[in-house]
Design a binder for this molecule. Structure first.
Ligand SMILES: Cc1ncc(COP(=O)(O)O)c(C=O)c1O
Length: 390
């Protein structure tokens, strides 16, 4: 058995997790020095910091003035569920699901909310469902970027401009790294722990005018926990969208989120953030096209995510393994990379087909992706050689 010697250069930052994602280049604990610790988030300086997160996020993302943006508890899950619990039930619902997170929202709608006029438009890992099947007279819930399959919607052209239903979009692994058509999205959610490399626990919830209108005209048939309550006496609680959070946020996380936003502005704003992610994807794309043992899990190039870049192993030896053998070999590959200190958290999501998932969001440097790629070849060669010899 011959195993090639390992490459000599490791990525400077070997963090390629799809969440929490890599901190921005140059991040250190110093950025937290001005955190408002031990003070009330409802005191003037605390509220100002929360409002600053909202304002900087709005500006960076180019959100329309009339769209409300608030900080909500429970990270992206909290934001999506607050929207689903508050808005659904007024009309039929189309749920799009092509990977684990979309499937989780289907479970919420069907089993928790008990919505009966529900259509699930599904596809397997690697594919997008038939977007043409979405009916604009119904509400639709979907993820912009399916983090666990690396399949994203290519654009919002499939969403009717004259729709009567609401579009509720989980954009947590897309926001800041991909353009979002605000005119087509009535609700958009994300968390701090993704593209800007912030901390988990807090979610962002954007509500367009049609979503606000629904909030003020529809009373859900199910109980609404305090954490999901976005209205007060039948009208939208605007204070939430000015920094008066529903419950207590972590001011340490707030400080860190502000650092990420300021960094994003310094590097050139949204176009630069998108370009950084696209450059990371391009480096992987070049390598995939020159490498015979891997391919993208996303079949259609137009649907390939530039953030959660999911790869399948197509080597004939790997393909011939039984399912458990494939899962074990892919896990071993990720472990070898971790032990070598060359790449952390690059294994596929637990519910996805065995393979690799490399985060290429905006905080990741292309030079680090380029440094990782020879390690992937080396680690695969080593796992294959060891398993063939066993
Ligand atoms: C598409 C998508 N939705 C929801 C979530 C859940 O996010 P959080 O754990 O921040 O609530 C994730 C996390 O990876 C995700 O990728």
């Amino acid at each position: 058995m011959t195993i090639d010697p390992p490459p000599d250069r490791r990525p400077e930052n070997p963090n390629f997790s799809s969440g929490p994602c890599a901190k921005r280049p140059g991040w250190s604990y110093e950025v937290l020095a001005n955190a408002l610790l031990g003070r009330s988030h409802r005191a003037k300086p605390g509220k100002a910091k929360l409002a600053e997160v909202i304002e900087r996020s709005r500006r960076l993302l180019g959100m329309p003035d009339e769209t409300l943006l608030g900080i909500v508890p429970g990270s992206d899950t909290g934001a999506v569920e607050a929207a689903m619990w508050s808005l659904l039930g007024a009309r039929g619902v189309d749920m799009l699901a092509w990977e684990s997170f979309g499937a989780a929202w289907v479970t919420d709608a069907r089993k928790q909310l008990g919505i009966t006029d529900l259509r699930v438009i599904e596809a397997d890992y690697g594919k997008l469902p038939d977007l043409g099947g979405v009916d604009g007279s119904r509400d639709v819930v979907f993820t912009w970027n399916g983090t666990t399959s690396g399949v994203r919607v290519p654009d919002g052209d499939w969403i009717p401009a004259d729709r009567q239903g609401l579009t509720i979009c989980d954009a947590t692994s897309a926001a800041f790294a991909m353009p979002l058509p605000w005119d087509k999205l009535d609700v958009v959610t994300w968390s701090w722990q993704k593209v800007l490399g912030g901390e988990a626990a807090h979610g962002m919830l954007a509500l367009g005018p049609r979503a606000v209108e629904r909030l003020e005209s529809h009373t859900p048939a199910w109980p609404l926990p305090k954490l999901f309550r976005l209205t007060k006496s039948g009208t939208v609680d605007r204070a939430i969208f000015q920094g008066a959070t529903i419950n207590t946020p972590s001011m340490l996380c707030v400080e860190d989120a502000l650092d990420g936003l300021r960094w994003a502005e310094e590097v050139g704003g949204l176009p630069a953030l998108i370009a950084r992610s696209q450059a990371n994807f391009a480096a992987i794309e070049d390598w995939v096209s020159a490498t015979d043992w891997v391919d993208f899990l996303a079949e259609d190039p137009a649907t390939r995510s530039t953030t959660s870049i999911c790869l399948k192993i197509v080597d004939p030896w790997f393909q011939a393994l039984p399912n458990e053998g494939q899962a074990a070999a892919a896990k071993a590959l990720a472990s070898v990379l971790e032990e070598a200190g060359a790449g952390y958290d690059v294994g596929a999501y637990r519910a996805a087909p065995p393979g690799l998932r490399i985060w290429g969001g905006s905080t990741v440097e292309r030079s680090d992706i380029e440094a990782l790629l020879p390690w992937l070849d080396w680690a695969f060669g080593r796992v294959k050689a060891e398993r063939e010899a066993a």
